[in-house]
Design a protein around this ligand. Structure first.
Ligand code: TRP
Length: 344
């Protein structure tokens, strides 16, 4: 049997996942799990890099994010879901990799630059935050993943990972770690309902995967369209119109969407009618996810069991990679098996 390629992704558990996650990555993961070896990290350690003041929030959201995964159709029999902070090999790899990247390079990383600005750290950037791309390189390489399904904002992190991979391989004088490539979905970045570049819970412009029909309708009503499209008869702009961006992402009937675009451009299609269609489409996408999520959330013990089993499996995989990297770099190895003496 040919070896199935390995896929790795993760999400920071800081709140419920939303439609941006769904179109940017979750939908791809559900499709990939059939013929790939897929690992999905609940990235709680990464979430701490800008939430150190509220670890309880991060901890609480681990189960929530796992419930979101199961609700969208991630199948624990086909994908391994694991908890990042419970994988010590990731921390150890991070510590080694930190020596193969400069602070200047981290400061130049476009994703980090944008995020530092958005979080208004000023000069008080947590060191863990500046270095999280190195930890993410550890995540990706520990599983020897070659495919990383992500939104386009994550591509600079994959580039940074591959730089580290090359340096480690050069130091090791052989290719122990594979290159990874980002897999973008057709819609790799969903704008917020306010028209801002990215849907984000912290910006308050998101529609979550557990939104009620009433939430969805309210969000669609508030959605940014064409500010110059005042009367129904006026011609309207389709480009930059969030309602059309969402129809492109979620409405399977692309012929009708093309027709609506033509009518909107010509004039004669009102925002109310257009938004009514989008609300219906989104309710149809989210409704079944919300229903499954409610069923799953009733049984948190099962979610815990899934996380436990996945994390134990991931411990084996990541510890093996760590041992290979340690050996390839020529780190000191103890001659006796490393068993701790029992405490006094
Ligand atoms: N940085 C990702 C996010 O912001 C989360 C993440 C952590 C991740 N480790 C990863 C993504 C490894 C892809 C691969 O959501």
């Amino acid at each position: 049997m040919p070896v199935r390629p390995t896929v790795l992704t993760g999400d920071r558990p800081t709140g419920p996942l939303h439609l941006g996650h769904y179109v940017g990555s979750l939908r791809n993961r559900v499709a990939l799990q059939r013929d790939h070896r897929q690992f999905i990290l609940v990235a709680d350690a990464q979430a701490l890099t800008d939430n150190a003041h509220d670890p309880a929030k991060v901890s609480r959201n681990v189960l929530e994010v796992a419930a979101d995964y199961l609700a969208v159709g991630i199948d624990p029999a086909a994908s391994t879901i694991c908890v990042q902070s419970a994988l010590p090999a990731l921390a150890e790899l991070t510590l080694l990799y930190l020596n193969f990247v400069s602070v200047a390079r981290l400061e130049r990383n476009p994703t980090i630059k944008d995020e530092i600005k958005a979080r208004q750290f000023g000069r008080d950037i947590p060191a863990g935050f500046l270095c999280y791309p190195v930890a993410q390189a550890a995540d990706i390489t520990a599983f020897k993943a070659t495919i990383v399904p992500v939104g386009d904002d994550q591509l600079p992190l994959i580039e940074q990972t591959n730089e580290i991979v090359r340096r480690i391989n050069r130091q090791a004088r052989r290719d122990i770690l594979p290159d990874a490539r980002g897999l973008l979905s057709r819609i790799s970045r969903l704008p917020g309902i306010d028209g801002r570049a990215k849907m984000s819970k912290s910006q308050g412009n998101a529609i979550t995967l557990s939104a009620s029909d009433a939430d969805i309708i309210a969000a669609v009503q508030a959605m940014y369209t064409d500010p110059d499209h005042l009367r129904v008869a006026d011609p309207g702009r389709v480009e930059g119109n969030v309602v059309f961006t969402y129809l492109d992402a979620f409405d399977d009937d692309s012929a009708t969407v093309a027709d609506l675009k033509a009518r909107y451009r010509r004039g004669g299609l009102g925002d109310v009618e257009l938004k009514r269609r989008l609300a219906r489409v989104l309710c149809d996408v989210i409704g079944p996810i919300r229903q499954r999520r409610a069923d799953i959330a009733r049984d948190p013990d099962t979610i815990r069991d899934i996380l436990h089993a996945g994390t134990m499996a991931a411990r084996g995989v990541t510890a093996t990679t760590l041992a290979e990297v340690r050996q390839a770099l020529g780190l000191f190895e103890l001659t006796k098996p490393d068993k701790c003496p029992a405490p006094e």
